[in-house]
Design a protein around this ligand. Structure first.
Ligand code: BGC
Length: 464
C-alpha cells in the first residue's frame, strides 16, 4: 500500500495537498458505479425471478438491459462529452445513475424495471470513458497512469461491493435494497464533481485560457503552467470536431488501436470469469453452494488486490510491458484450464482454482486498467471524447456478444476447446500489442498528438 501512496505523490510539487488525487478519487466514483451496477444484478435476479414470475427469456432481457444501455450510452454521448465538457458529462451521468437506481428499487412491474436498468446502463456506458478521460486530462504526465488506474481500482471494488451488498440483503430477499444502494455513491459523485473544476484541456479547446490557467495552476500546485498552457493551445485544433473527424486519416490509426484493444479486452474472456465463475467451478468439480460463493468472492478479491499492485507499476514499467505480461499470463492460464478439463478428475479441481486465480491476476495487472488508460490518452484533443466513446461502445458490444455466446460455446465446443480458443485469442492480443501499441508512459498528451499529426507510426507515438 505504501508504494501505491508513494506512486501517487508528485515529486517536487508545492501542492495544495493532494488536490489532483482528490479530483481523481472523486471522478473514480464513476468507476465504482460501473462495477457495482454491472455486478448487482447477479444477486438481485434470483429474487426478481420469483417476485415477477419471469420466464427464462424475460430473465435474459433483464440481465442484458444494462449492457444494451451501456452500448447506447457510449455510442450517443461522445459528441456531448466534447461539446459540453467532461465535468458536465460526469454530472449528468451521476444524475442518471441516481434516477435509474431509484427506479429499479421501486419498480412495480417488469417493464419499469427494464427501463430502470436501461437507464443505469446508459450511465455506465458514459461513465466508463468520461471518468478516465477527465482524470487523464487533469493529471501530470508522470502520474497519469496511476491516477487513471484509480478508476479501474474503483471498478473492481464496485464489483466486490455488489457481491457484498447482494449477500447482505439476500437472506431477507431484499432485491429492492440491492438496487437502491447504488444511489448512494451516485449522489456522492454528483455532489463531489460539482465542486471540482472543468478539465483545463477542454477549457483550452474552447479557448477559455484564463479559466484553464487558473485550474492548471491549482492542480499543478502553484508551479508556472504557461509552457503547458501554450503547448496545449498550440497543438489543439480549436473547437470540438465532428464524428467524421474521428474517421479522418490522421485519427484513424489511433481509432484502430483503441477499437482493437476494446475487442481484445473482451474476447479474451474476462467477463465469462466475472459473470460465470461459479459455473466454471462447478464444471471443474466443486458442487456446493458455499464453493460458488467463495469462488465469486475470491475472483473479486484477487481482481481488486492485483489492480492495487498495477498502480505503482503502470508509470514505472509502462503500458506495453504490463499489457504483454498480462495477456501472456491470461493465455497460459486459459490453456492450462483447457488442459485441466481434458485431464479431468481431482487434478482438474486444483488446476481450475489455480488457473482462474492466475488468469484474473494477470488481467488485473495489465489489460484491465491499460485499455481504459490508453483510450483516454491516444486521441487528439478535439475528438478525444468521441474517439474514446467509439472504443467504449465496441468494448460494451464485445462484452455483450461474449457474455451471450459463452454458454452456447461451452455446450457446442466443450470446456477444453472453449478455453483453448480464448487462450489463442490472448496470443493474438500479444501479437497486436507488440506490433501496434504505443508506449505513452510519462509522455504529455500534446506530444502524443504532435506525433499523430506528424503521421508517425502507431507504435512510435510519444517515443520522442
Ligand atoms: C472491463 C470490464 C470488466 C472489469 C473487471 C474492466 O476493465 O472493461 O468488462 O468486467 O474490468 O475488473
Amino acid at each position: 500500500m505504501e508504494s501505491v501512496t508513494q506512486s501517487l505523490e508528485m515529486p517536487g510539487a508545492k501542492q495544495p495537498r493532494g488536490f489532483v488525487q482528490i479530483v481523481a478519487g472523486t471522478a473514480a466514483l464513476a468507476g465504482l458505479l460501473f462495477g457495482f451496477d454491472t455486478g448487482v444484478i447477479s444477486g438481485a435476479i434470483l429474487f426478481i425471478k420469483g417476485a415477477f414470475g419471469l420466464t427464462p427469456f424475460a430473465e435474459e432481457v433483464l440481465v442484458s438491459a444494462a449492457l444494451v444501455g451501456a452500448v447506447a450510452g457510449a455510442t450517443l454521448s461522445g459528441r456531448f462529452t466534447d461539446m459540453l465538457g467532461r465535468k458536465r458529462a460526469i454530472l449528468i451521468t451521476a444524475a442518471i445513475f441516481t434516477v435509474g437506481s431509484i427506479l429499479c428499487a421501486v419498480a412495480g412491474n417488469l417493464p419499469l424495471l427494464i427501463v430502470g436498468r436501461l437507464a443505469v446502463g446508459v450511465a455506465i456506458g458514459v461513465a466508463s470513458y468520461t471518468a478516465p478521460l477527465y482524470i487523464s486530462e487533469m493529471a501530470p504526465p508522470n502520474l497519469r497512469g496511476a491516477l487513471v488506474t484509480l478508476n479501474q481500482l474503483a471498478i473492481t471494488t464496485g464489483i466486490l461491493l455488489a457481491y457484498v451488498v447482494d449477500a447482505v440483503f439476500a437472506p431477507g430477499g431484499g432485491w429492492r435494497f440491492m438496487f437502491a444502494f447504488g444511489a448512494i455513491p451516485a449522489i456522492i459523485l454528483g455532489i463531489g464533481i460539482s465542486f471540482l473544476p472543468e478539465s483545463p484541456r477542454w477549457l483550452l479547446l474552447h479557448r477559455r485560457k484564463q479559466e484553464a490557467t487558473k485550474v492548471l495552476t491549482r492542480i499543478r500546485g502553484g508551479q508556472d503552467v504557461m509552457t503547458e498552457v501554450n503547448d496545449i493551445l498550440e497543438h489543439a485544433e480549436p473547437g470540438h470536431g465532428k464524428l467524421a473527424d474521428v474517421f479522418s486519416p490522421i485519427v484513424l490509426p489511433v481509432l484502430f488501436c483503441g477499437v482493437a484493444l476494446a475487442v481484445i479486452q473482451q474476447i479474451t474472456g474476462i467477463n465469462t470469469v466475472i459473470y460465470y465463475a461459479p459455473t466454471i467451478f462447478q464444471a471443474a468439480g466443486f458442487h456446493s453452494n458455499e464453493t460458488a460463493i467463495i469462488a465469486t468472492a475470491g475472483v473479486g478479491l484477487v481482481n481488486v488486490l492485483m489492480t492495487v499492485l498495477s498502480i505503482p507499476l503502470i508509470d514505472k514499467l509502462g503500458r506495453r510491458p504490463l499489457l504483454l505480461i498480462s495477456l501472456s499470463g491470461m493465455g497460459v492460464s486459459l490453456a492450462s484450464l483447457g488442459i485441466g478439463f481434458a485431464i479431468g478428475g481431482d487434478a482438474l479441481k486444483w488446476i481450475g482454482v489455480l488457473s482462474l486465480a492466475v488468469y484474473i491476476a494477470s488481467f488485473a495487472i495489465g489489460l484491465g486498467p491499460v485499455f481504459w488508460l490508453l483510450i483516454s490518452e491516444i486521441f487528439p484533443l478535439n475528438v478525444r471524447g468521441q474517439g474514446a466513446s467509439v472504443a467504449t461502445m465496441v468494448n460494451w458490444l464485445s462484452n455483450f456478444i461474449v457474455s451471450l455466446t459463452f454458454l452456447s460455446l461451452l455446450n457446442s465446443l466443450g470446456s477444453v476447446w472453449t478455453f483453448l480458443l480464448y487462450a489463442v485469442l490472448c496470443g493474438v492480443g500479444v501479437w497486436f500489442c507488440l506490433r501496434f501499441v504505443p508506449e505513452t508512459k510519462g509522455v504529455p498528451l500534446e506530444a502524443i498528438e504532435r506525433d499523430l499529426r506528424a503521421r508517425r507510426p502507431l507504435r512510435k507515438l510519444g517515443a520522442g
